[in-house]
Design a protein around this ligand. Structure first.
Ligand SMILES: Cc1ncc(COP(=O)(O)O)c(C=O)c1O
Length: 367
């Protein structure tokens, strides 16, 4: 029996967003970021639909193995690199690119007797996360170039910390730092995430690494995804499962945190935080019922939420309710829930069946 709460991915929208990225990349190659189960959209389905991307980036070896086993032949960058010497052999066998970001990995390369692998050297230019400090880059680069465990060309990469803030000076500072510490070193370069790709042309270099924009969410702290001609890929929807009349002053949901200001119609929707809808969504968070906007009331429960039907008096039990997707950007729901679209997208499909282009029932390939 089909469950009411459903996540559906629109592969046409995904391909459209890839074209937007490719156009903005203006000749730089596009490495589509498909980590975290393609931001919750289904790793293999999404990777196959992104066959025109020049490469794929994942967080860990396990995801890269799944991609190769599914027949994906593009270059695959593994952002965490290898965690031990044994993994290096798998990088060689599967022709994966390993990010090298800390000194212990250099020792692992020295200890490795597997065939030489492809490496991108990661530099911490201000993200304060993975990567060698700029001052160490030349020394590490020379070590990698001299290592028999490393293929000849060494890539150079960094990650942007504040590209989502259009007026932040940090992006330009990171870029200057990167250019300075890599000056004269041979090798392909890559810095730009979605926001930098769209808004900082000088950061595009040889490879851009868009993630969020491919899934149609807004990579900036202001504006909307539509401003950048991006289309939502995931729709999270469910059904109206009950309608009740409530009277003025009636308490709604756990702790009675919301009380009805007047006599009104309330709907109950079959979805909750157990399905990946944010528990912290505030009263007033929008949802679409039969195509019209309505608002959340009370606290979100595990498998239910309450909605004020004043704006949709014609609503009927069984009507489709869209929690985010076409007509209701996930970014709006994220804002009402003090979180980011990244978190909502990644979390929504852990317990739900994933449909493709409206077709439900293919199962969630990742679980
Ligand atoms: C190293 C790296 N590159 C690129 C991306 C893609 O970023 P975005 O989804 O903001 O485009 C990520 C995502 O977190 C990342 O960690």
């Amino acid at each position: 029996m089909k469950r009411a709460a459903t996540a559906t991915v629109d592969l046409d929208a995904l391909r459209h967003n890839l074209t937007v990225a490719q156009t903005a990349a203006a000749g730089s190659r596009v490495m589509a970021v498909v980590k975290a189960n393609a931001y919750g959209h289904g790793l293999i389905t999404i990777a196959k639909a992104l066959q025109h991307a020049d490469g794929l980036a994942v967080a860990c070896l396990d995801e890269a193995i799944r991609l190769r086993h599914a027949g994906l032949a593009q270059p695959i960058l593994v952002l965490q690199g290898f965690h031990d010497v044994e993994q290096i052999a798998l990088f060689a066998q599967l022709n994966l690119i390993a990010v090298v970001h800390h000194a212990e990995q250099l020792q692992m390369l020295r200890d490795s007797d597997s065939a030489a692998i492809r490496i991108w050297l990661k530099i911490d230019t201000g993200m304060g996360r993975l990567g060698f400090y700029p001052v160490d880059v030349r020394e590490v680069y020379q070590q990698l170039k001299g290592s028999s465990a490393v293929q000849n060309e060494v890539g150079l990469m960094s990650h942007m910390a504040s590209a989502d803030e259009l007026d932040s000076p940090v992006t330009a500072q990171q870029l200057a730092c990167f250019n300075d510490c890599t000056q004269g070193l041979a090798g392909e370069r890559s810095l730009a995430n979605s926001a930098a790709l769209l808004a900082s042309p000088e950061s595009r270099a040889d490879w851009v690494r868009p993630g969020l924009m491919l899934y149609g969410a807004n990579p900036f702290v202001s504006g909307t995804a539509a401003d950048w001609n991006l289309r939502p890929v995931m729709s999270l929807s469910s059904r109206l499962m009950a309608i009740k009349q409530i009277c003025k002053g009636q308490r709604v949901g756990y702790a009675g945190s919301w009380t009805a200001p007047e006599k009104m119609l309330m709907g109950l929707v079959a979805i909750g935080y157990g399905d990946g809808y944010p528990r912290h969504a505030v009263v007033g968070t929008p949802l679409l019922i039969a195509g019209k906007r309505a608002t959340l009331i009370g606290r979100v429960s595990m498998d239910l939420l309450n909605v004020d039907l004043s704006s949709v008096p014609e609503a009927k039990v069984g009507d489709e309710v869209v929690l985010w997707g076409e007509g209701l950007p996930v970014d709006e729901v994220a804002q009402s829930s003090s979180t980011l679209a990244y978190e909502l997208l990644c979390g929504a499909t852990k317990n739900l069946e994933l449909g493709i282009n409206g077709e439900i029932g293919i199962g969630n390939e990742s679980n």
